[in-house]
Design a protein around this ligand. Sequence first.
Ligand code: SF4
Ligand code: SF4
Length: 403
Amino acid sequence: MPEDLEGLKEQYLRCVRCGQCRSVCPVFEAVKNETATPRGKVFLAHLLATGEIKANTQVQAQLSRCLLCRSCSKECPSAIPVHQIVSAARAELVCRAPSPVKRMVFRHIWTRPRRLALAAGLTRQIQILGLDRLGLSLGLLPPGFALPGRLPRRAARATIPAITPAAGKTRLRVGYFLGCSTNFLFPGVAESTVAVLSRLGCEVVIPPELKCCGLPQLASGEADAAVNLASANSEVFRRLNVEAVVSDCASCTAALKESPEFAGIKVIELSELLLELLKEYNPGLQQITKPVTYHDPCHLSKAQGITAAPRELLRLICRDFREMDGASDCCGSGGTFALYHYQTSMAILDKKIAAIKKSEAEIVATSCPTCIMQIRHGLTGHGCEIDVVHTVELLERALGRET
Ligand code: SF4
Ligand code: SF4
């Protein structure tokens, strides 16, 4: 079980309010309000724990203004895990004053693959009928509802076999953690992941009984639901006896790696595994000729400390790889953050879009489906025709499949 507020007491009491975390918080930069600073949230969590403030909608709103991007936790000279304190404070709020709607979504729908698939199907029907556009124009739906765009006709799980053999000699048997965003929003990314892994000598197993990684539940304060999901998923992989578990979603990989339930299971981040396989296997690669830049997902760079492998991979396959300014700055996605705080999310995204434009790249590569969704939304809004893809899709092109 993740630490609760009481368990984190020693941590939040160490905050000396130096304010160093303020300078790196994208939410504070966008709203310029002290209550939005990381130290403000730590203080709020402290007051909540001591009972000096009540769990009310105002406190809820303030604690929801966090992307859990971890920039502050990384920057803090006292190594205070601000993101954990915010998550624990949200769990405390859920305990004291649960929201029936959020509970329904995060606990009763998102944790059950069939219900989630039904919800995705219903959303697609709403989109086909144009009811989403109507709801958005009448202000009945939050503007962030437009972010995913039209959902694909079929989810990845409906088309990709449970077992894909290695294209040649089997070097590794991997379990592919096909997360919710990739499954419902970007089935093409899942297809590329499976195709590339197979081409590079992996037998790829996608257990049909896999559930959500638990990160949306943890972020929304449903900590025990997150633990149950991790427990169920880890059991599935243990039974399969795979050599490693891999995911193309930075958030899922971070959640699995940090989950105590996954202790003893080797979880590898996709770009690190691909790089290893490419070096060993040395297949012929066609160079991508268009200029490419890279966006670091927070859950890859800050949560897992992985920044070199995706760049090394891109340099192998791209003739013109170029860095953008602030590549590791958050794009403002933060899971469901844009649903609740669309304007703030877009203000954060604007900075990212400006950096992409300045780089003059024609393709943006990244390693997280929600970052792809967010950056595509921003580029479309700015009228830019710049492609946003997952790194693995570029590798598939380099390996020979033109798309
Ligand atoms: S940087 Fe750390 S110690 Fe300083 S105010 Fe922020 S959380 Fe507190
Ligand atoms: S996790 Fe990110 S958004 Fe949340 S307080 Fe820290 S820097 Fe700000």
